[in-house]
Ligand binder design. Structure first.
Ligand code: SF4
Ligand code: SF4
Length: 167
């Protein structure tokens, strides 16, 4: 279970509606991440159009079962191109998946009903849901990224469209 993050000026605990990303505490900022693992998939950028294409190839540190980084504390030493999300870096990033809480809030949208901060429960690791569980491959075994282009990371999860929670 997730602990509700309460904040002053937000009686219902939904601090992301009353604070800008830059006003959030570290705990609040970190709690926005739903743990889907989609940002840990490799992306390709078209050199001519700048368009982003998603792949199902995951960073070698991503645990493909839990969808968590297996060494979050040392990730930027082990994977130097792992980008640390901050309010400042977020302004420069155009490749976060559309379901990512940071992208949603940056674009002025609300968090979906199924987000852990709304359900009070950790995101279920269910194939076909928001997480990459069951459909990502390890970069060490994947081969050329061009062979792994997929469109699902660039779409909202099915459950988001249904407005269901907990999956
Ligand atoms: S895509 Fe966004 S919500 Fe999902 S794991 Fe990455 S930072 Fe967290
Ligand atoms: S180092 Fe960890 S957080 Fe960074 S991309 Fe890889 S799995 Fe994701």
């Amino acid at each position: 279970m997730y602990e509700q993050v309460m904040s002053a000026g937000s009686p219902d605990g939904k601090f992301w509606r009353s604070k800008t990303l830059g006003e959030m505490s570290r705990v609040e900022w970190e709690s926005l991440c739903d743990g889907c693992g989609r940002c840990c998939l490799h992306k390709l950028r078209d050199e001519d159009t700048d368009e982003i294409s998603y792949t199902n190839v995951a960073c070698r540190l991503l645990d493909l079962t839990s969808c968590q980084c297996s060494d979050y504390a040392h990730r930027q030493v082990k994977v130097p191109d792992c980008v640390q999300l901050t309010p400042a870096s977020l302004a420069e990033i155009d490749w976060l998946p559309p379901s990512c809480a940071y992208r949603l809030l940056k674009e002025g949208q609300d968090l979906p009903d199924w987000h852990p901060l709304n359900t009070g429960q950790k995101l279920a690791i269910t194939p076909g849901g928001a997480s990459v569980s069951g459909r990502a491959v390890d970069e060490r075994h994947a081969g050329p990224l061009e062979h792994h282009l997929v469109d699902w990371p660039g779409r909202m999860p099915r459950m988001a469209k249904k407005g269901a929670s907990g999956r």
